[in-house]
Design a protein around this ligand. Structure first.
Ligand code: TEU
Ligand code: CA
Length: 530
């Protein structure tokens, strides 16, 4: 499909630290990405979402930026970045970058001057004589002391919240966005964008999670900021924007994305990724397909346009988390069918397309994530046993999705020692083996992407939930004179399924099919002419 519109695009997320290392230091880098652009292109995707490569002391793997217009030497130089943009464009691949404007690194020049009470920069950040009772996303207090005042950090203490009441902050961010758009990027993934405006610094209602959030979550001031960025910057270019919006509801999502091109194009919600937990992600519960699909269906029915994802650099591997790993090959393909079959933009996270599993960590020293270590320490303080704490980390650490990309049976990510332990199952789960296997997860993703690129019903069709009997999902997508019937057995067991007149079979994740039942994680797509 040529002259695509923004709703046609499919996005592939690259986490640079773990994608491909070109110089043997064990850290993924820009030249590594360039060396794999033909692979990314071969998937059939349109846009790369590149997680941060900006200058950063790396407390939170780049989500703590110390210079927005410089490249972290871990990943290369600005010349390398310019080359990546050029090489991507040659392949008709667009690149969107992370826009992290809720906070900067504590090592940003602005914060250093703010700490020195520089009259221009002091109010770039949020200072108080005494901290209020707000708590951090990473556990613990949201304030740290410098000099005789406290500064706000809703994430790590090295990630200092910007003061969006200050007009200079707006000017600085517009300059950064124009710098990158003028370089040729296609847009932004806006990090925690719906908490950037703090309406007050009053104490919050005491909560188990995020005391204080009523003062900064989804505030009117945030909408004003986004409308200004849209008018002053984004609408001057052809752009694609997606916001990461914590704790957002369907109505709040629509407020952010409709009418089109007034704030963001779409947003990542979290509700469907929180159905297998009790209170928070560290208390995982069994994945319940019915509960999961109830949320997905709500968002499909109520939101103008969804950003559909099941994995990213903060989540865990769905074949480990949402399914029985014994049926990994089938469950990965079933989730690919669901993800790309839904209405909205599909986001595929590196490694998801080959069915990578959670990491095989054996001890805490193998984890690198700041959140994981903070929460482990907090759990210890709260009296959780070592065994219980470690089990919580194994299930819910973000490092599960940050293990090096598995290119070959020997890994193929680096000639050196990877910064984060590579999963030993790269021996059997890797790109090379799957490129050679026409029935691999990788080739199934390519077929599903190809289908979406040629079947406009998957782009423009409405979503119609049909049934979810005994966790066999049936939904339809209808557009013009065609209906696609999408069937997903979300169980690790057979399920009775009479092959009624669903129409012509377009896709299936098994070689042979029964007319009476679905096998574990069997997925099918039928085309019905109406
Ligand atoms: O994530 C924000 C966010 O909501 C997650 O931190 C989530 O709360 C947490 O991962 C649940 O385990 C964005 C980035 O995606 C994340 O990588 C950064 O750590 C965070 O913001 C701070 O920039
Ligand atoms: Ca490297």
């Amino acid at each position: 499909m040529n002259n695509k519109s923004w709703k046609d695009y499919i996005v592939y997320q690259i986490y640079p630290r773990s994608f491909m290392d070109s110089n043997g230091d064990g850290i993924g880098d820009i030249h590594g990405i360039i060396s794999k652009l033909d692979y990314v292109k071969s998937l059939g995707v349109d846009i790369i979402w590149l997680s941060p490569v900006y200058q950063s002391p790396n407390y939170d793997n780049g989500y703590d930026i110390s210079d927005y217009e410089a490249i972290n030497p871990d990943y290369g130089t600005m010349e390398d970045m310019d080359l990546l943009l050029k090489e991507a464009e040659k392949r008709d691949l667009k690149i969107i970058m992370d826009l992290v404007i809720n906070h900067t690194s504590s090592e940003h020049e602005w914060f250093k001057k703010s700490c020195e009470n520089d009259p221009v920069y002091r109010d770039y950040y949020i200072w108080k004589d005494k901290p209020n009772n707000w708590t951090s996303f990473f556990g613990g207090k949201a304030w740290d002391k410098y000099g005789d005042q406290y500064y706000l950090h809703l994430f790590a203490k090295e990630q200092v919240d910007l003061n969006w009441h200050h007009p200079k902050v707006m000017d600085e961010v517009q300059k950064i966005m124009k710098y990158w758009l003028d370089k040729g990027i296609f847009g932004f993934r806006c990090d925690v964008i719906n908490i950037i405006f703090k309406s007050s610094l009053d104490n919050g209602r005491k909560r188990i999670i995020l005391t204080g959030r009523e003062h900064y979550h989804q505030q009117e001031g945030m909408h004003q900021i986004l409308k200004t960025l849209r008018q002053e910057v984004l609408n001057k270019y052809e752009t694609f924007t997606v916001g990461e919006t914590v704790m957002v509801t369907p109505k709040q999502a629509n407020d952010l994305i409709y009418p089109e091109k007034t704030e963001l194009d779409m947003i990542f919600s979290f509700e469907h990724m929180e159905t297998d937990q009790f209170n928070n992600k560290w208390f995982r519960t069994k994945f319940k397909p019915k509960k999961f699909m109830k949320v997905i269906t709500k968002w499909q029915n109520e939101v103008y346009w969804n950003a559909n994802y099941f994995e990213n650099h903060d989540q865990q591997r769905i074949v480990s988390r949402f399914a029985n790993e014994a049926f990994r090959k089938y469950s990965a393909k079933m989730f690919a069918t669901l993800l790309i079959g839904l209405k909205g933009t599909p986001y595929i996270y590196q490694g998801q397309e080959i069915g990578m599993t959670n990491g095989d960590f054996k001890e805490m020293s193998e984890f690198m994530d700041v959140e994981t270590h903070n929460i482990y320490a907090l759990a210890k303080k709260l009296g959780f046993s070592k065994k219980r704490r470690f089990k919580m980390m194994l299930k819910s650490s973000r490092d599960n999705n940050r293990t090096p990309m598995q290119w070959t049976k020997d890994g193929g990510f680096t000639q050196g020692t990877p910064w984060l332990k590579q999963n030993s199952n790269t021996k059997t789960i890797n790109v090379e083996a799957q490129e050679a296997d026409q029935n691999s997860i990788l080739n199934y993703y390519k077929k599903m992407i190809e289908l979406r690129n040629h079947e406009e019903t998957l782009v423009h069709g409405d979503y119609q939930f049909i049934s979810m009997k005994k966790n066999v999902l049936v939904f339809e997508r209808t557009y013009a004179k065609k209906t696609l019937v999408i069937v997903c057995n979300m169980n690790d067991t057979d399920r009775k399924f009479l092959n009624q007149h669903h129409g012509k079979l377009l896709m299936t994740n098994y070689q042979e099919m029964s007319n009476l039942k679905l096998k574990p994680y069997e997925a099918r797509i039928y085309l019905k002419e109406i």
